[in-house]
Design a protein around this ligand. Structure first.
Ligand code: PHE
Length: 339
């Protein structure tokens, strides 16, 4: 075949062959076919130049070099194109350049968040942690707390009885008894934990959480009770909340108080949550009743103390503006993810 014919043929096909390459491997074989040192078609033509006369050497030499350069440049361009992005073929299998799916991170349950906040605040005031069993005897849950059988105060708490003598504890107050039985004053503890009552509506679940508090020493007064609880409530809600202590009744404290805070929703203008009163009931408290001291053989002439019990769900609902306590235990991710 004449030099002219061979050249025309190469010039007409090389670019099409190059453009259909789908991978670096394809491209490399096309590159070798045209530009390979030994048997590449362009080099074969350059070698064949030697057989031509001077005039033709000049004419074809220039055209072959021009072709060589064009192929070289096109190969380089195609190479960077192929290595910079995935080919269409690889997209439907795996595309490493697509953004990944972010994993769903878990987090602490809102009740645990608030529980930890409460514990942190009391720890800061020097309280130690105490715990007790959730399955309690009648003695610890009631009797030692000055709630004898047939006492009307038993009706205040709808109890899950496991047997005549065993109950699911209805409050964390039995931990007071267990602590006082096992150590002498001074005592300064909080006892966080689960409690159980037969009750279920928008503000009650059969299981909920309380934090009990107990201080016993030689000269503890109602003034100490008021200042500790006032400081706690200001820390857990806001410096601006006001506290109010109302007379109440618990058989294990005397005197007893119900503690309210100024409504955190309406700043005491009156709203649906505080039922127009401007105040929200938060916890129960009081001075330890001498009858309780005698259960644990403490000398009530020598020691005085105060105790309090607060509901963790109640505080969490007020802090986060939640109007149905059951949301905490339904495990709906749309609810839990918000905290
Ligand atoms: N145990 C009481 C309740 O569950 C709360 C309380 C604790 C009140 C300690 C006074 C002192 O309602």
């Amino acid at each position: 075949m004449s030099m002219e014919k061979q050249l025309v043929e190469l010039e007409s096909v090389w670019n099409d062959e190059l453009q259909v390459c789908q991978s670096i491997e394809d491209l490399e074989s096309v590159r070798l076919k045209y530009l390979g040192r030994k048997s590449g078609l362009i080099h074969q033509l350059l070698r064949a130049l030697g057989t031509l006369d001077l005039e033709e050497k000049k004419k074809f030499g220039a055209r072959i070099n021009h072709l060589k350069q064009a192929v070289q440049e096109a190969v380089e361009q195609k190479q960077s194109h192929l290595s910079s992005g995935p080919s269409e073929k690889t997209i439907d299998t795996f595309d490493p350049t697509l953004p990944g799916k972010a994993p769903n991170n878990g987090h602490v349950h809102p009740i645990t968040i608030v529980m930890n906040d409460i514990i942190e605040i009391f720890r800061g005031m020097g309280f130690d942690l105490a715990t007790g069993p959730e399955v309690e005897t009648d003695y610890y849950n009631f009797e030692a707390l000055n709630i004898p059988k047939d006492h009307p105060a038993r009706d205040m708490q709808d109890t899950f009885y496991l047997s005549d003598d065993l109950v699911l504890r209805t409050h964390t107050s039995p931990v007071q008894i267990r602590v006082m039985e096992s150590q002498q004053p001074p005592i300064r503890i909080i006892a966080p934990g689960k409690v159980y009552r037969r009750d279920a509506d928008v503000s009650h679940t059969p299981m909920f959480h309380q934090v009990e508090g107990l201080i016993v020493d030689t000269s503890i007064t109602m003034g100490n009770l008021m200042s500790v609880l006032d400081q706690f409530l200001k820390e857990i809600f806001s410096k601006n909340v006001q506290t109010r202590f109302r007379p109440s009744y618990f058989s294990f404290t005397e005197p007893s108080a119900e503690v309210d805070i100024s409504c955190v929703f309406c700043s005491q203008k009156g709203c649906r949550v505080c039922k127009g009163s401007g105040w929200l009931e938060i916890l129960g408290a009081g001075m330890v009743d001498p009858a309780v001291f005698s259960s644990v053989k403490y000398d009530s002439e020598k020691f005085t103390g105060f105790a309090f019990g607060l509901g963790v769900e109640r505080i969490a609902m007020l802090k986060y503006g939640i109007n149905d306590i059951r949301l905490f235990f339904e495990n709906d991710m749309r609810f839990l993810r918000q905290f």
